[in-house]
Ligand binder design. Structure first.
Ligand code: ASP
Length: 282
């Protein structure tokens, strides 16, 4: 079975991203896609998407984990989820604070019955299970917050992988839109933003409300399961997104190793690797 990974680093901010940042993001994506591909050779798809998303969370260039956006009350709340296309189990954390890698908590939650936790409960669960207190804030985000630079708001991370046994998984992690009302729930820890089954896996980025409104990841995957090609499934789902003038992008791999990406506004950064060829787009 040919293995493949695809990752995304969200949308570029439309007005405040310099060419330098753009190139830095592309280089980071290339490096992380390469590492994830190597990791995939002796790990499952589920383990690999967690590994890749944790690397993206640790990179301050991306709005997830360290370097997450700050909400309107000055706090950082992060969300992440994992969907294992082999077991069909979904797990996630919503609005978790003061942790380094939200995706590791999502992974940890796979072992329990209550697999999606939010707010206080998620933080308590994290502490009880050894996730140490960590401040993900970086000075740049504080400066943006203080200057109320809402333009830099989108840039979630995500990964879909197909392993040697033909299993698919998807993981997504976000620091949110930036300046949101505390308590807002993004799409990233819902099946609208992160969905996978045995046929296809999808991770989304963009405005969470738009993604949830059209159940973007769920629809693309369901359409592939119902027999559409990736391309057609994206075409149909993005046409629905257009009806609400939605702002989103998505990456996908199907069970045959085909991959695809599309965005409503051409500003998403992503990288894909199958051991031979890197595809880097924005
Ligand atoms: N989807 C994320 C949210 O709405 C933001 C993003 O993708 O950049 O919180």
């Amino acid at each position: 079975m040919k293995t493949r990974v695809i990752i995304h680093g969200g949308f570029f901010s439309e007005s405040s991203t310099s060419m330098e940042t753009k190139i830095a993001k592309q280089n980071a994506l290339r490096e992380i896609a390469g590492k994830a591909y190597t990791y995939l050779q002796d790990h499952s798809a589920a383990e690999t998407v967690v590994y890749a998303v944790a690397l993206l969370e640790n990179d301050i260039l991306f709005n997830a984990g360290t370097g997450s956006q700050i909400q309107s009350d000055g706090k950082i709340r992060m969300s992440a989820s994992l969907h294992d296309g082999n077991t069909l189990k979904f797990s996630g954390v919503i609005n978790v604070e003061h942790v380094q890698n939200p995706i590791y908590i999502a992974e940890h939650l796979m072992q329990v019955d209550d697999r999606v936790l939010g707010g206080e409960g998620a933080i308590r669960y994290a502490r009880e299970n050894g996730f140490e207190n960590y401040n993900p804030e970086i000075p740049q985000r504080r400066n943006e917050y203080e200057a109320k630079l809402a333009a830099s708001r989108t840039s979630t991370v995500g990964c879909v992988a197909l392993d040697a046994e033909g299993r698919l998984s998807a993981a997504t992690s976000t620091g949110g839109k930036g300046f949101e009302i505390p308590g807002r729930i993004s799409d990233s820890a819902t099946t609208a933003g992160n969905f996978c089954n045995a046929d296809c896996g999808v991770s989304c980025t963009g405005v969470g409300e738009d993604i949830v409104s059209v159940a973007l990841a769920t629809k693309i995957v369901t359409r592939v399961s119902d027999g559409l090609t990736l391309e057609k499934a994206f075409e149909k789902s993005f046409a629905e997104l257009k009806q609400i003038d939605g702002f989103a992008g998505a990456i996908a791999i199907d069970k045959n190793g085909n991959f695809f990406h599309q965005d409503s506004h051409p500003s998403m950064v992503f990288a894909s690797f199958d051991g031979e060829e890197f595809e880097i787009f924005n």
